[in-house]
Design a protein around this ligand. Structure first.
Ligand code: ADP
Ligand code: MG
Length: 683
């Protein structure tokens, strides 16, 4: 039996109670424990003196006790214990509150190492609530101390003790994951050294090397695992080989515009996939307004011309309807029947669509999640497009693709992320990027103002409305909140409708409304029955109203950059000069930085990179949302450089050894299967 897979209860000092606390932390066996890495450290390794210590910070000192402990009671329920000490530079006191029992712990004339927060009252130098130990002990002071994530029933000191004894007993059983020649290449320390030092670092250099090694390992295994899954699914899934389609040229030339170079390139990448017998799994990334829809349309056109059906799934009814309305006239010209399937249709209509679809009378079906219901069956589904992928899980993509016989799959997203990350987050997909906007777009002018400027903003909106344009006004909340000083949309709506813009038509849109109500409002806005639309972020995704040229965002500092960018992308879709006004009260540096970036760039890729620099991944980028294993130590964004190296190594390893055969990869192989255990959705 492998010692590391034994329950933590076998470790000295762990009974059923602590074992159950550890279990809450995800630690069940010894292997789990050894890879339960500290979330932080406290560096008590650097010693200072009374003279040099910095007030308000924690410090380590070597001191000699020079007198009796003194106790004072300034109030009932409060006692202060003071123990006088000296070092070579001066005198001071160790100070504790309500811990009288410590008064006999110290021997006059003895030396101790102490660590605590430095305080100075008048001329008196104090070390508050210090940890301490005799000179020869070297347990708590003089070291870098790990700080673990905790749960009820277990303290940091207890975990430290448990970790210490399990390292002593079981570290020797851990097996090296990374072959020596690769470790040599990247100068990575061995697994045992790394695990020992990630918990109890000898010094900060060792800690650094331990982290570097473990991060590299984690990212390497993740990337190799993803590449292997991708390779396997390629071998496994023979899909549809679509015959060449000469009509595609005709279809494209009937459009009112010429494709941009980037669109043409991406379309031809898709066409090559369709030519090929292998199943297509392709992600198309393109900034808002880069023209992804027409690329999807052309691909669906080819699928239908080859005798297959195609489906396009969008995350909201508004979007699905918009796609249907813009695309079905294009298709109808070629006798291609295109239908819309959304939840709000009548039962009868839905049934008709479902029947016709099954009989192959419908060529292209556009819709929402309604498409993945069991009742929806295709006759011969050849191509599936999902729009705005981040709203769909990988699972939903799988379900719809199972409605055909390995149909080609095309995923569209407006969320730009650096390629390195896309390789991880969308590890199972090939990636195409539309990195160019259609010509003639006017750059959206962006202004960041504070809330004292609201009146001027309003008169600016009015001027545009008088000129025949429309405006969006976005606010982060739905209901009035007492705790947060944010404008709720409803409050904003009342004020705009009854006061500021009482002579204009003002509409309200928020996520708590019924889908049918939302659609109605959107429809009215599109048809210019509404001049000013007050909304929450529900309008964030893909809506197209070319006549709207102003986007005002209240409390803009509350939004992440990526989201601000998405919102801004709602304007600038027509021939008119467009404006984005960010009303903010950002007093923090990060808020000011965000506003500055929004004003200086309209490139989604630049913005998302800056966003990552400023605030880290944020929840959208969490690995969980992408159906990936949890990372224990690496952070995809902070560790981007390690990720690049790991990615290259993963690629090189698999190129010469696609199945990780051979002795040197036995442990790695095992680790990878453990890592991906229970992650069924990306297989
Ligand atoms: P997104 O990539 O955000 O989904 P859309 O596909 O909705 O963008 O395209 C935005 C607008 O640009 C649409 O009105 C579309 O008709 C138009 N468009 C797309 N491609 C071109 C092009 N090559 N030239 C001019 N306009 C284009
Ligand atoms: Mg779109």
């Amino acid at each position: 039996m492998n010692n590391l897979s034994m329950s933590v209860q076998y470790i000295k000092g762990v009974g059923p109670k602590r074992a159950s606390s550890l279990k809450k932390l995800g630690v069940e066996n010894i292997d789990d424990l050894l890879s339960y890495f500290p979330r932080d450290y406290e560096d008590r390794s650097i010693f200072t003196t009374i003279k040099e210590a910095i007030i308000g910070e924690k410090a380590s000192l070597e001191v000699e006790i020079v007198g009796q402990a003194q106790i004072s009671r300034p109030r009932r329920n409060m006692s202060i214990l003071k123990v006088p000490f000296k070092d070579e530079s001066g005198h001071g006191y160790l100070v504790w509150f309500n811990q009288e029992y410590l008064k006999d712990k110290f021997v006059i004339g003895q030396s101790y190492r102490i660590n605590g927060k430095i305080n100075r009252i008048g001329m008196e130098f104090q070390v508050m609530n210090p940890v301490y130990e005799k000179m020869n002990k070297e347990n708590k002071v003089g070291k870098i101390i790990p700080i673990y994530g905790l749960t009820k029933g277990i303290t940091n000191n207890e975990i430290i003790k448990i970790m210490d004894s399990s390292l002593k007993e079981y570290l020797s059983f851990t097996e090296e994951t990374i072959p020596d020649r690769i470790r040599d290449k990247y100068r990575l320390i061995g697994i045992k050294d790394a695990i020992q030092n990630i918990h109890f670092p000898i010094n900060s250099e060792y800690l650094h090397e331990a982290r570097r090694r473990l991060i590299f390992e984690e990212l390497l295994l993740l990337q190799i695992g993803l590449f292997m899954i991708k390779n396997k699914s390629y071998e496994k899934n023979n899909g549809i080989q679509f015959p060449p389609c000469t009509d595609l040229e005709v279809f494209l030339s009937s459009l009112p515009f010429k494709l941009t170079n980037a669109q043409s390139r991406v379309l031809s990448e898709i066409q090559q996939d369709m030519d090929n017998i292998k199943q297509m799994n392709r992600l198309v990334q393109g900034d808002v307004g880069s023209g992804k829809t027409i690329i999807a349309a052309a691909s669906m056109f080819r699928a239908v011309k080859s005798g297959y059906q195609a489906a396009m799934m969008a995350p909201t009814e508004i979007l699905a309807t918009q796609h249907f309305e813009s695309l079905s006239p294009l298709f109808n010209k070629y006798n291609i029947r295109c239908e819309l399937l959304v939840g709000s249709l009548s039962q009868k209509t839905k049934e008709n669509i479902v029947d016709d679809l099954k009989e192959g009378k419908i060529d292209i079906l556009i819709g929402t999640h309604a498409l993945i219901q069991d009742t929806v069956e295709f006759k011969n589904l050849g191509l599936v497009v999902t729009d705005e992928q981040h709203r769909f899980g990988v699972k939903q993509r799988m379900i719809i693709s199972q409605k055909g016989n390995n149909p080609d799959i095309l995923v569209m997203t407006a969320t730009p992320i650096p390629r390195t990350l896309a390789l991880i987050l969308y590890g199972d997909l090939d990636i195409s990027i539309i990195d160019e906007l259609p010509p003639g777009r006017k750059e959206i002018e962006t202004f960041a103002v504070n809330s004292q400027m609201v009146d001027r903003v309003n008169s600016f909106i009015e001027k545009q409305i008088l000129g025949g344009r429309q405006a969006y006004i976005v606010s982060p909340l739905i209901e009035e909140s007492e705790t947060l000083d944010l404008k709720s949309v409803e409050e904003l709506y009342e004020n705009y409708k009854n006061n500021v813009f009482k002579n204009y038509s003002v509409g309200l849109l928020h996520g708590k409304m019924k889908a049918s109500e939302k659609d109605l409002i959107m429809e009215e806005f599109k048809n210019h029955k509404i001049d000013i639309l007050i909304s929450t972020t529900v309008i964030e995704v893909g809506v197209n109203v070319p006549n709207a040229n102003i986007m005002v965002i209240y409390d803009a500092e509350r939004f992440g950059l990526a989201q601000l960018h998405q919102l801004r992308g709602r304007v600038g879709r027509g021939e008119y000069q467009s404006y984005c006004i960010l009303i903010n009260n950002g007093r923090t540096k990060i808020a000011r930085d965000r506003m500055r970036i929004m004003q200086s760039s309209t490139d989604g890729f630049v913005i998302s990179e800056k966003d990552l620099e400023l605030r880290g991944p944020g929840e959208f980028f969490g690995t969980k949302q992408h159906g990936l294993p949890d990372l224990k130590i690496a952070n995809l964004f902070r560790d981007l450089n390690v990720l690049k190296a790991a990615q290259k190594e993963a690629h090189d390893i698999l190129e010469s050894n696609p199945n990780l055969d051979g002795e040197e990869f036995i442990i790695m192989n095992k680790r990878i299967s453990e890592l991906f255990k229970g992650i069924d959705s990306i297989n």
